[in-house]
Design a protein around this ligand. Structure first.
Ligand SMILES: [Zn+2]
Length: 575
């Protein structure tokens, strides 16, 4: 996901940066010590209200005209949904500065019937009183006309909205970000991760000298006129389900670098890199590295999920975000520790962990951030060997806070999962501890089984690796990830997920040395027995010690044998 709002101190900016980056935790020291002030409490997800639970979105069509000079938009959102529970009233989310001008229901014969509507007291919802009661199985098409100034991004991408920036030459450079707050910052939407439209169309109308980059495939560009000025309408079509916070609008004086990439399955995938003109050379220089990242992910996690569309990178005025097929990139074309662009790698990981596999409740967000972050360690292992891998793991281990479960059982909204409950100290455990859980799972299962399981976590069935009709995408939760790991390994892993995902506290390995005997026993939160094997180095020799009962005694060659427990940091434990 996300850069700096007028936070007064650099330290705090670094803390926020952590959010997404924590991927590169060893690059950004853990300065997460202060409570993060948000400009206002805006969330996505959480408990669904009946007026939203009653329908399932099939399609959004968003037609939006953008006026950079006075930083306003005007648009029409048409939503087609299936009714799943009887209702006379439905709700859409929309930020309070955007005025709703009209809501119509489009009948099956095309007739537009005006509907009455009201805003919630906090101005963040639009309740529509339908002209008739709808039964399950019915179809509902609503058209909402709205206009105004969308929320201005405060510290994108962590505190998002519209970024109305200018390039050094003074040309408009506009981008959206809304992961934590939701897409309702700029368009009317059912702002919940459980409901992705099956497909979407965007018609962005903007001054003719700007280039528009967005998700999916560019269907057409048409010249038009707005208030006597030359504008263009860019029609983007998304043929796959899309998490609504990933829907993106980017406008700027971009140059478009095009390439073709051959997927592991032979598909030729169009590649687009929208860069500011002054950075064209840099963009051309880094693109081969970016495509190597793509190759890596295809090899480890399965084919790139959106081969029927494109892979796109868009230079943005903020750090980054996993916008599907058009990832936001603002990392300055630099390589960091381990000689790679961690930001690109991290955002690209979300095409699998976030966009192909999406949590339906933010409580399971570790699947996006934790598994995504772990793939960075895997990349470092590939490029820097076991030593690099271990260094990255130790870097992550130094960052974990262990104050709360990374996968709470209760419904959780987008802010709480990242920042904790109001007033609590934020941490980045869904990134770092999520990654470490994968690392320890690898130790438990062994490489062959672990990597097979990782691939099935992305694509539960090998047949899904072959399709690109949208059915490859799915919602997933922590139990689903556990079920896949259990199926592939043939073992019960409930204890593993219970301890590492469902509890904040770490297990403890109690070591007792009595002459030539080493007693090892686990004490873990939430389980009676924690049967985690332990690697022990005895006089320079490594041994895997199984502990089916959660305890064991190791006979040592002598009372003065030199013993190191877990020399390679395979285990997340209290140290
Ligand atoms: Zn991320």
């Amino acid at each position: 996901m996300q850069t700096p709002r007028p936070f007064s101190t650099h330290r705090r900016a670094v803390a926020r940066l952590g959010l997404l980056a924590l991927a590169a935790a060893w690059v950004f020291p853990a300065a997460v010590s202060a409570q993060i002030p948000k400009a206002e409490a805006l969330v996505s997800g959480g408990a669904l209200i009946p007026e939203q639970a009653c329908y399932d979105v099939q399609h959004y069509d968003l037609a939006l005209t953008i006026h950079p000079d006075d930083e306003r938009i005007e648009g029409t959102l048409t939503m087609r949904a299936g009714i799943v529970a009887e209702t006379r009233r439905v709700a859409l989310d929309l930020y309070r500065t955007l005025r709703v001008e009209a809501v119509e229901r489009v009948a099956t014969d095309g007739e537009a019937i005006p509907q009455t509507f009201e805003r919630s007291d906090d101005g963040l919802r639009v309740f529509v009183q339908l002209d008739e009661r709808l039964e399950p199985g019915a179809s509902l098409t609503l058209r909402v006309r709205y206009a105004g100034a969308p929320r201005r991004a405060v510290q994108p991408p962590w505190d998002g909205g519209f970024s109305w920036e200018r390039t050094r030459d003074g040309e408009p450079w506009i981008a959206t970000s809304c992961q934590g707050e939701g897409a309702d910052l700029w368009w009317p939407v059912k702002d919940h991760p459980s409901d992705e439209p099956d497909s979407m169309d965007m018609h962005f109308t903007a001054p003719a000298d700007l280039v528009c980059a967005s998700n999916g495939v560019l269907r057409s560009v048409e010249e038009t006129e707005v208030d006597g000025e030359p504008f263009k309408t860019w029609h983007w079509h998304v043929a796959n389900p899309i998490n609504v916070y990933c829907v993106t609008l980017n406008l700027g004086p971009y140059v478009v670098i095009e390439d073709t990439y051959e997927s592991v399955d032979g598909t030729k995938i169009p590649i687009y890199f929208w860069a500011l003109p002054k950075n064209e050379k840099k963009a051309r220089r880094v693109l081969p590295d970016f495509l190597e990242h793509l190759r890596f992910f295809e090899e480890v996690c399965g084919p790139y999920p959106f081969r029927n569309e494109k892979y796109g990178v868009v230079e943005t005025p903020f750090l980054g975000m996993e916008h599907q097929t058009a990832i936001a990139y603002g990392n300055g074309y630099r390589k960091f520790q381990f000689d790679y662009d961690w930001l690109h790698h991290h955002e690209l990981s979300h095409e699998w962990w976030g966009n192909l596999v999406t949590c339906s409740d933010w409580k399971d967000m570790w699947i996006h951030e934790g598994i995504g972050t772990y793939t960075q360690s895997l990349w470092i292992e590939r490029t820097h060997g076991a030593e690099g891998y271990q260094a990255s793991i130790r870097g992550l281990a130094r960052q974990i806070a262990n104050r709360r479960p990374i996968a709470p059982r209760e419904t959780t909204d987008s802010q709480e999962i990242y920042f904790g409950k109001t007033g609590s100290v934020p941490d980045n455990d869904i990134y770092n501890k999520g990654a470490l859980a994968m690392h320890t799972l690898r130790w438990l299962l062994g490489d062959e089984t672990f990597f097979a399981a990782l691939r099935r976590m992305a694509y539960p069935d090998p047949a899904l690796e072959k399709v690109t009709d949208g059915s490859q995408c799915r919602h997933e939760d922590t139990e689903g990830i556990r079920a896949i790991a259990e199926k592939v390994s043939g073992r019960d892993l409930s204890w593993f997920f219970e301890v590492y995902l469902r509890h904040g506290a770490l297990p403890e390995l109690i070591e007792k040395r009595d002459g030539a005997k080493l007693e090892l026993s686990w004490k873990a939160p939430g389980v009676e027995v924690f049967p985690m094997p332990v690697e022990v180095e005895i006089d320079g020799e490594r041994r895997r010690v199984e502990m089916p009962e959660g305890r064991t005694t190791v006979e040592l060659p002598s009372a003065d044998a030199d013993v190191t427990v877990d020399p390679d940091y395979w285990l997340i434990l209290r140290r």
